[in-house]
Design a protein around this ligand. Structure first.
Ligand SMILES: Nc1nc2c(ncn2[C@@H]2O[C@H](COP(=O)(O)OP(=O)(O)O)[C@@H](O)[C@H]2O)c(=O)[nH]1
Ligand SMILES: [Mg+2]
Length: 313
């Protein structure tokens, strides 16, 4: 494959090139480093938004409405629906596409689902590269929707400029979120299905829970929406914009992105080293024997293995 051509296609915003590039990310293809090198200097423009919350709370419906709001201003937007736990893009993500069907033929909108396949380090490392591809392709906004609210999903959704946590009326949700560490990473809370009984109560419970938490320099607002009738969507968009302005004004956006990149590179480097270490037992054939015969203890063996891995080329 001609990666130079692919890079040019992505930078020109060509949809097929973008789709192809994201498939390379999913597969952890060997062309990935070259692709990354080609696009990286052209990233950093897009505003990124993470949408997380339990399955069925209305994330995709809300994403579709946010797309509509962005398109009304004639800006470009991409939605990346991510399933960090499944190697297949399963039913949940298919449902997402149905929910955003009306935007499918709009050239200013790119919708794509993504699952982990071959990528080293899984979705936590694959998703940021996919977002950069969408960014380099000229989308003004990139929404990252995760299928659920587990640790992997929270990590993916939190790797954005603004993380939106969506709930629906009903007991248990807020407690579950506190456990998953979501209260700390959320910048905006949405209680969707505002047309259902108990929406007010859920919002109240959530506000109370937030009051008990540690004070932050940004107090996450708790909004109520009814995505199916478009109620509260403009307010949600305003809250996202306000958070972004807050970040930008205090230099926090740069700091947040910088920290995110550091963590990403640390994980990439660690993953590379882990693979080398695993392969290094072959370079030190007697080490396993020495270990088994109790001539070398595990701590000493780890040092030897690490050195063997470092010397590997
Ligand atoms: N009553 C009601 N139903 C909603 C609302 N928003 C979404 N839904 C419905 O909830 C279901 C799940 O929505 P979906 O967007 O796929 O949720 P996701 O799994 O979080 O992405 C769909 O049948 C939606 O039509 C809402 O505000 N009120
Ligand atoms: Mg969805």
């Amino acid at each position: 494959m001609d990666v130079t051509e692919l890079v040019e296609g992505v930078l020109a915003g060509d949809r097929r090139a973008v789709a192809r590039a994201i498939s390379l990310v999913e597969d952890g293809a060997p062309e990935l480093p070259e692709l990354s090198a080609g696009i990286y200097s052209r990233t950093g423009r897009a505003a990124t938004i993470g949408l997380t919350g339990a399955p069925g709370v209305g994330k995709s419906t809300l994403a579709g409405e946010l797309v509509r709001a962005v398109r009304a201003r004639d800006e470009r937007i991409a939605v990346l629906a991510v399933d960090p736990t499944s190697p297949f893009t399963g039913g949940a993500l298919l449902g997402d596409r149905v929910r955003m069907q009306e935007h499918a033929t709009d050239p200013g909108v790119f919708i794509r689902s993504m699952a982990t396949r071959g990528h080293l380090g899984g979705m936590a490392l694959a998703a940021p590269e996919a977002v950069r591809i969408l960014d380099a392709a000229g989308h003004d906004h990139v929404i990252v929707e995760t299928v659920g609210v587990g640790q992997a999903e929270v990590d993916v959704a939190a790797a954005t400029d603004t993380t939106v946590v969506v709930l629906a009326p009903g007991a248990g949700d807020a407690v579950q979120m506190a456990k998953a560490g979501i209260l700390e990473v959320a910048d905006v809370f949405v209680v969707n299905k505002g047309d259902r009984d108990g929406a007010g109560e859920t919002a109240r419970d959530l506000r109370q829970m937030l009051h008990m938490g540690v004070a932050r320099d940004w107090s996450p607002p708790v909004l109520t929406t009814t995505a199916t009738s478009r109620q509260g969507v403009d307010e949600l968009w305003s809250a996202v914009a306000a958070h972004r302005e807050h970040l930008a004004a205090g230099g926090g956006l740069e700091a947040k992105r910088r920290q995110r990149l550091r963590r990403e590179v640390e994980s990439l480097a660690a993953e590379r080293f882990r693979v080398r270490v695993a392969a290094s037992f072959d370079d030190a054939p007697s080490l396993a024997d020495d270990l088994a015969a109790r001539r070398v203890d595990p701590y000493r063996a780890a040092v030897i293995l690490g050195e063997t891995a470092t010397a590997r080329d």
